[in-house]
Design a protein around this ligand. Structure first.
Ligand code: 5GP
Ligand code: ZN
Length: 113
């Protein structure tokens, strides 16, 4: 947990979020500022700042983000048309420095962030 991190605070329950899924490793919740009809975030509970900071020991959790995102996309009925986005670094548009996978769907080519 990083004390300054807003997503760690959501994981700790210190900030509310509208959750779709949670287990020991992963949390998924609706984006507060949706850019598509379906827009949620899937995050590891472990604090990792940026995708580029993912190391070999994180492989399983990194794959799990994709698998949980797929399950939830099916649940939301967007399995035929969703995009996933990981922003990495401020110049790419990363604002929250805790790895998160955007899942966007529900319209054609839900892009850009
Ligand atoms: P980034 O630009 O870092 O890839 O995306 C961060 C995302 O987190 C943005 O889409 C933003 O709307 C979302 N976000 C930021 N703060 C909160 C929050 O407190 N709650 C929720 N649910 N989403 C947030
Ligand atoms: Zn964090």
């Amino acid at each position: 947990m990083s004390e300054e991190c807003i997503f760690c605070k959501i994981i700790a329950g210190e900030i509310p979020a509208d959750k779709l899924y949670e287990d020991d490793d992963v949390l998924a919740f609706w984006d507060i500022s949706p850019q598509a009809p379906v827009h949620f975030l899937v995050i590891p509970k472990k604090h990792i700042s940026r995708p580029v900071d993912i190391v070999e020991a994180d492989e399983q959790i990194a794959g799990k983000l994709l698998r949980i995102g797929a399950d939830l996309a099916k649940e939301q009925g967007v399995e035929d048309s969703y995009r996933v986005i990981f922003n990495n670094g401020a110049k790419s548009g990363q604002v929250v420095f805790h790895v998160h996978m955007h899942v966007l769907g529900g319209k054609e080519k839900p892009w850009p962030m």
